[in-house]
Design a protein around this ligand. Structure first.
Ligand SMILES: [Fe+2]
Length: 296
């Protein structure tokens, strides 16, 4: 992978608030420009009771209420990747507060893969056009006066990106907290070797860079946490810390992935998230989700 295409300005320190979703162990972020009222939301969550087929918006409503309470202007809704364990609430939030929905341009690969698995017809566009912006590696965009950078970090999925905003980086599922290691790399299109390379990319940011996780499961009974630093991860991450080799990592990751069950919400998550958070409809226009039998 090419060297880091970004040169983050560590003097910019965005204000970051994490919103933990207990149902899916996801952390959504509100990221505010310290110099203006502009903000972005990273990885929002829509609540799904899958057994009942019922969608609600408690988590997203908390974010919306907070943005309104602080009088902020929402400019971006960022998806670090197509999540397989929770549904995005980006369109719901966008309808209420505006902003543009952005994801990595490799979403097209993900749409191609899952378009086949879910046997989507030609009406399902596989060109990323459901999103307002597709980021290429190294692309930048503005949040108020801040410049944010999108960094391609594939492995967990082919379209994963890390968003670097001043001294903060939102890593999606590329890394977990040091005692959590890394995310799985066994979904269709995933690649453990690519994940290792992507992690090295993130760890080549300056040591003091703040890292914000998309998930935390509180390993060994500790309380939920979501913020660490590049220096901490480099020294202590249980999967890649202390200079673990690529070969070792790939062996460990692949062995471990063979033992993991599918996330409970993978089927609805993929169908919704590959459409930028829109719920698919049946031919009569009713919201409907599919279960491909032995399809994954
Ligand atoms: Fe994920």
């Amino acid at each position: 992978m090419p060297p880091l295409p970004v040169n983050p300005d560590l003097s910019i320190k965005p204000e970051v608030e994490g919103f933990f979703d207990e149902g899916t162990n996801t952390i959504s972020y509100l990221v505010k420009d310290p110099g203006s009222e502009a903000c972005a939301v990273v990885d929002s969550v829509m609540d799904l009771d899958y057994a009942a087929g019922r969608i609600t918006y408690d988590h997203a409503d908390r974010l919306i209420a907070r943005i309104r309470e602080r009088g902020l202007r929402l400019e971006w809704l960022i998806e670090t990747h197509v999540h397989a364990d929770h549904l995005s609430a980006a369109p719901y939030i966008q309808e209420r507060l505006g902003g543009r929905i952005g994801i990595g341009s490799k979403i097209k690969v993900v749409q191609e893969t899952f378009g086949k698995i879910f046997n989507e017809g030609t009406e399902f566009q596989r060109d990323g056009s459901q999103f307002d912006r597709l980021f290429e590696d190294g692309d930048s965009y503005a949040i108020g006066g801040m410049t944010a950078h999108a960094l391609l970090t594939p492995g967990h999925t082919p379209a994963c990106m890390t968003h670097v905003i001043g001294d903060a980086a939102f890593v999606g599922d590329t890394l977990f907290m040091p005692d959590g290691g890394s995310a799985r790399a066994d979904f269709p299109g995933a690649d453990a070797g690519a994940l290792y390379d992507s992690i090295q990319r993130v760890l080549s940011l300056p040591d003091e860079t703040r890292l914000f996780m998309c998930h935390d499961y509180g390993p060994n009974g500790r309380e939920i946490r979501w913020e660490t630093t590049v220096g901490e991860e480099r020294a202590h991450n249980i999967h890649v810390g202390g200079g673990r080799s690529r070969e070792d990592f790939v062996r460990m990751r692949e062995e471990r992935d063979r033992t993991l069950a599918m996330p409970k919400l993978i089927l609805p998550s993929l169908q919704v998230n590959m459409r930028a958070g829109e719920i698919p409809t049946d031919p009569s226009g009713r919201p409907m989700l599919k279960v491909p039998v032995n399809g994954l």
